[in-house]
Ligand binder design. Structure first.
Ligand code: F6R
Length: 587
């Protein structure tokens, strides 16, 4: 989702510096981009639709500038709607991440005052509000007062041609300041800052920072000065490339054996601590969105079956409406690859206000959830560059499964299951199953719908499999609990309808096979994924039987199917599915 990068300091090649910074934010997903640099008492701007590529920038020498990658919310993907946005005098440039909920009311007021708007965005109100403010007060006060008028969760960065300062403020989306000898950097995440400096200030909500010759931190809304807590981090950031793989997606699918094995070998203490927190809590809630939510759903089955423990689950965006349950004895476990998903970050902040304990499971060190939580487990999956989540999902499931086994005082068994699952994933990736999946993808590529059924934990597998197929191959897929078929869904089955059946060797096997028979009797084509062959399967993609950890190889098979379906359907870049963003920082 939108990415912000800015600099003020001694380096006078700021255009290129910001361009390189924006490239580090590309993985978040965007559809247009722009850069503004201060040139004497004017602002020079370049804005483009599409990918950054290798543009020829014509910026003058300057040492103050800001840049943005935009993921469209208000207004289409056009040059006019790309950030930065300017005021009428073209002296104020603003970048924004978030949604200004009251922008229509503010725009109406500004139009009545004579301001001219050139874009359809909500953002554009901000430079005009600052322009109004400058009639009566200085730059910093104008930004503060303008920002205080915004409703919603927002982060903005403002540049003024008549000042040598960059000002940023936030109530939502992440902003990190890099403090170095040559100047100050600002970015939506720390990835782009670490090549320049390891001294970081994570801006908190309701803070504003003024960056110029010095750094000044103030609290909002009133503007009292605060002492900045600048942290020196020693994190290692790996520079990742595709290696021998054509796409990051395939590379990340192939990394899963090591990711799962790492958890099996090195996470005893982490999962023991989490198990203790769950044991002590009066009510545990797993939260997540999209792929992470399906790991949470799988978690409820794992805790019930393995640890005989009832653990609640909610998708992040719905948890706001369930928070009345929360007490200081509740434990909330947000699960998030990025650690920045607003639909998780926001309810967690509310849970914290209610005094509940927070134990985050995330892949990103220093992310908002990482910092918000009392206890954290890092997934250790390494950077996930493809927008579609793969290795983060198997890592989430592995952590939950290992925790459930630990809670049941059967940690050694959990460890063994994970190692066996990792081994089986290696085999699946190496051997003929990959071939079979490619052939199967070729036969399914022109289908309009694919259904996926499962029971118990495999219901979560079914939902995750369909999400992979939908987003990667742009093909309609729907997942159902097998038992729900007869309650309506079976009406959709006709001759030739593909139905994937998630069939682990567990207590659901007989019933899910009966459901498969029902689909087959109506002409459906049955694709079985699991350890045990069955006559009902027209196609069979075999995994090992690794008890509750069978979900891991089964999901990997579904990921591969989605990937090869995408290729068979001519999807140009499966790493960046249309309309999607990696880090979803708006509601
Ligand atoms: C799907 C996918 C998304 C994310 C969701 C949550 O493949 O990647 O559904 O799972 O946006 O993201 P995180 O885990 O970063 O909170």
């Amino acid at each position: 989702m939108c990415g912000i990068f800015g600099y003020v300091g001694k380096d006078n090649n700021v255009g290129n510096l910001i361009l390189e910074g924006l490239k580090t934010l590309e993985y978040r997903g965007y559809d247009s981009w722009g850069i503004a640099v201060k040139n004497g008492k004017t602002i020079e701007i370049e804005k483009k639709v599409g990918k950054i590529g290798d543009p020829k920038l014509r910026f003058p020498k300057s040492s103050i500038g800001i840049g943005h990658t935009r993921w469209a919310t208000h207004g289409g993907v056009t040059v006019e709607n790309a950030h930065p946005h300017l005021d009428c005098s073209r002296k104020i440039a603003v970048l924004h991440n978030g949604i200004i909920e009251n922008f229509e009311e503010l725009k109406k007021e500004l139009l009545e005052q004579g301001h001219k708007f050139v874009s359809e965005t909500d953002t554009e109100v901000m430079p005009h509000l600052i322009e109004e403010g400058l009639k009566k007060e200085g730059f910093a006060s104008s930004v503060r007062d303008a920002f205080n008028r915004l409703k919603g969760l927002n982060a903005i960065v403002a540049l003024n041609a008549d000042s040598s300062e960059i000002i940023a403020a936030k109530t939502g989306s992440p902003l990190v300041i890099g403090v170095s000898d040559d100047g100050y950097y600002i970015s939506s995440d720390s990835l782009g800052l670490v090549p320049h400096t390891r001294n970081l200030l994570f801006l908190e909500d309701n803070e504003m920072v003024i960056l110029g010759k010095t750094l000044k931190l103030i609290s909002l809304p009133r503007g009292e000065e605060k002492t900045p807590d600048i942290q020196t981090v020693d994190w290692k950031f790996e520079k990742v490339d595709k290696g021998k793989y054509k796409h990051f997606l395939l590379k990340e699918i192939n990394e899963q054996p090591q990711v799962v094995e790492n958890i099996a070998l090195n996470y005893e203490t982490e999962v023991k601590n989490l198990a203790d927190l769950i044991d002590e809590a009066f009510g545990t809630f797993l939260l997540g969105c999209g792929t992470a939510s399906y790991s949470g759903l799988a978690g409820t089955y794992l805790f019930s079956k393995i640890a005989k423990k009832h653990v609640n689950f909610s998708i992040g965006s719905e948890f706001n409406y369930l928070e009345d349950y929360l007490t200081p004895k509740s434990l909330v476990i947000p699960i998030s690859q990025s650690g920045e998903t607003i639909d998780v970050v926001e309810p967690v902040a509310r849970a914290k206000q209610k005094g509940s304990r927070i134990a985050a499971i995330t892949n990103v060190l220093g992310s908002t959830l990482y910092r918000q939580s009392d206890f954290k487990i890092l997934l250790g999956a390494g950077p996930e560059k493809a927008v579609v989540g793969t290795k983060s999902f198997t890592a989430m499931v592995a952590v939950l499964l290992f925790t459930a086994y630990t809670l049941a005082k059967r940690q050694a068994e959990g460890k063994k299951m994970l190692s066996l699952a990792a081994e089986n994933v290696s085999e699946i990736l190496k051997n003929h199953v990959g071939e079979n999946i490619q052939k199967l993808a070729a036969t399914l590529k022109n289908r309009e719908h694919i259904y996926v059924i499962g029971r118990g934990i495999s219901y979560a597998t079914a939902l995750e499999a369909t999400l992979k197929i939908k987003e990667t191959a742009c093909l309609h897929a729907e997942g159902f609990a097998g038992g729900e078929l007869k309650h309506g869904v079976i009406a959709l089955i006709e001759k030739g309808t593909p139905c994937i059946v998630i069939a682990p060797n567990d207590e659901t096997y007989d019933d899910i096979i009966s459901n498969a028979q029902e689909v087959k009797a109506r002409g459906g084509i049955i694709i079985g994924i699991g350890p045990r062959p069955n006559k009902v399967f027209d196609h069979f993609l075999q995994t090992a039987d690794v008890a509750e950890a069978t979900i891991i190889p089964q999901v990997v098979v579904a990921q591969l199917l989605a990937y090869y379906l995408a290729l068979a359907r001519g999807i140009e870049d499966p790493d960046k599915p249309r309309n999607l963003a990696k880090s979803v920082t708006v509601k």
